[in-house]
Design a protein around this ligand. Structure first.
Ligand SMILES: O=C(O)CCC(=O)C(=O)O
Ligand SMILES: [Fe+2]
Length: 198
């Protein structure tokens, strides 16, 4: 079952992570399959909202060799302002489905360059549009810049599932999303933020 999935594990700040048992487990594979299904549903809703055929995005995700999962662990830090949790970045993929625990630490950069904390909500996912989907939608969907900060008391976990189409697929904006105001050139004007992570 693993052969069509690329699994990347990343333990931030430590290599002694209690996540080890989860990797390669049935629970992990079940989780990834559930995220694939949720991702396709979201793609269909986005396509509908953009006036595109319902499978416009989702039909490109048969190949999953570039889709990956990452488990992030952020240990507590006595001097949080001096610690790098996960630095400022946008996700380069299409969609990120992020599950975070109750600790909190995710922040999003608003247009006015202010960082705002994303309060954890029980039983919920955070869905990020990535750079590839921003380009694919000719800039209609925005890839958001975000980071994760740490705190003094509690360790924090998050699980990020990054959906990607086949790695050799040419991402081309549909003609329905190109007009006088949104010329195709805009597609390539992705914000210059660093996508060093993910
Ligand atoms: O841990 C978080 O809340 C953010 C994780 C993230 O942005 C990532 O893994 O790309
Ligand atoms: Fe991210």
């Amino acid at each position: 079952m693993l052969d069509h999935m690329a699994i990347e594990k990343s333990y931030l700040l430590t290599s002694a992570s209690p996540c080890n048992g989860f990797l390669h487990s049935d629970a992990m594979l079940d989780y990834m399959h559930a995220m694939d299904a949720l991702g396709m549903l979201i793609f269909e809703m986005l396509a509908h909202g953009l006036g595109l055929p319902h499978d416009y995005f989702s039909k490109n995700f048969e190949e999953k060799e570039a889709t990956m999962i990452r488990i992030n662990r952020y240990p507590p830090c006595p001097l949080p302002s001096k610690c790098l949790g996960l630095g400022s970045h946008s996700d380069p993929h299409t969609l990120t489905i992020l599950l975070q625990d109750e600790v909190g630490g995710l922040q999003v950069l608003k247009k006015d360059e202010e960082w705002v904390g994303i309060r954890p909500l029980p039983n919920s996912f955070i869905i990020n549009v990535g750079d590839t989907l921003e380009a694919w939608s000719n800039g209609r969907l925005k890839s958001v810049v975000h980071r994760a900060v740490v705190n003094k008391e509690k360790q924090r976990f998050s699980i990020a599932y990054f959906l990607s189409p086949a790695s050799d697929m040419v991402v081309d904006s549909p003609s329905q999303l190109i007009d006088q105001e949104k010329t195709l050139k805009d597609t390539f004007l992705l914000h210059g933020h660093n996508s060093e992570e993910s």
